[in-house]
Design a protein around this ligand. Structure first.
Ligand SMILES: O=C(O)CCC(=O)C(=O)O
Ligand SMILES: [Fe+2]
Length: 317
């Protein structure tokens, strides 16, 4: 049984996890969080608060640039990364956000011509942020491996060469926040996501199929970590793929920076450990690339970021 209360997303300190005694306690908390929610916050994660503050500041500054500056980096015409305005209407509800996508790992895939050159310093800060989050992700994958009762390197090995994508989300304030979602309900496709949100709030998770939604309150300096579909499959469904969404806000603009950790495209997706008599969550091993494609064809909202789906661009106001 989980020791966290039913309506609280766990906050877990990673202080001293390299020491075995402390690791056991962290592991226990992470197991509880992942079995119930698939999402938790981490503090004492070792990423420099100044780097976090700089990343939020510079990212925000980009979104306040005039529309034509931002559109210099638009993702149309087959570009993988860069700036995009994403809108979608479903019944009375629509969502609106601006995004900038950076493909950061493997490093050889970095296409710097797609990385906005303003504000000054954003490229260097994004590079440093990417590297530090890759280190943090590796550490979290080790703890998660142990939490799945596997050897420390198991998840990393199953991922092959780790891929990383940084997606910065800007949700302009909107007066119809009752009719507008920042980002509709979804699960992330990758192994884990490490999310940084500003102090506005709006991220929510559900563990009962959207009957009730729980806020994930902003915490200065904390990261939200969630399990994605790949992580869920590797655990044979024991760890949830976090079901989450972001609300719009009528008073403030909101910023979040999601760092998605993916396996290599050719990595095999299949549970790493199956107990005797237990069924597997997926029938046959498939590659991550196949798994991703299948998900995108079922979830148009995510398909927009596959860059093959709709890619409507309007100048920002
Ligand atoms: O903005 C947020 O808090 C959530 C972002 C998110 O879930 C995503 O980009 O996949
Ligand atoms: Fe997400």
């Amino acid at each position: 049984m989980a020791s966290f209360t039913d309506d609280e997303i766990p906050v877990i300190s990673l202080a001293g996890i390299d020491d075995d005694g402390r690791m056991a306690a962290v592991k226990k908390k992470i197991v509880e969080a992942c079995e119930v929610w698939g999402i938790f916050q981490v503090v004492d994660h070792g990423v420099d608060p100044k780097l976090i503050a700089d990343m939020i500041r510079l990212t925000t500054e980009f979104y306040y640039l005039p529309g034509e500056e931002k559109l210099r980096f638009d993702m149309s015409a087959g570009k993988r990364g860069g700036f995009m305005i994403s809108t979608r209407r479903k019944g009375d509800v629509e969502d609106w956000r601006e995004v900038v996508t950076f493909f950061t790992y493997p490093r050889r895939d970095r296409n710097y011509s797609e990385w906005p050159d303003k504000p000054e310093g954003w490229i260097g800060t994004t590079e440093e942020f990417s590297e530090k989050l890759m280190d943090l992700a590796s550490k979290i994958l080790e703890v998660l491996s142990e939490a799945m009762d596997l050897e420390k390197g198991a998840l990393k090995k199953a991922c092959g060469e780790l891929n990383q994508k940084i997606l910065t989300n800007f949700y302009p304030k909107c007066s119809h926040s009752d009719l507008q979602l920042g980002l509709p309900r979804h699960t992330d496709p990758g192994t884990i996501t490490i999310l940084l949100q500003d102090q506005v709030g709006g991220l929510q998770a559900t563990k009962d199929g959207a009957k009730s939604w729980i806020n994930i309150p902003p915490m200065e300096g904390a990261f939200v970590v969630n399990i994605g579909d790949h992580g869920h499959y590797l655990s044979n469904g024991r760890f949830k793929s976090a079901d989450h969404r972001a609300l719009a806000n009528s008073k403030s603009n909101r910023l979040s920076i999601a760092t998605f950790q993916y396996p290599a495209p050719e990595a095999i997706v299949y549970p790493l450990k199956v107990e005797e008599g237990e069924k597997t969550v997926i029938e046959n091993p498939i590659t991550f690339q196949e798994m991703y494609k299948k998900k995108m064809s079922n979830e148009p909202v995510l398909a927009m970021f596959n860059h093959k789906g709709p890619n409507k661009l309007k100048p920002s106001t």
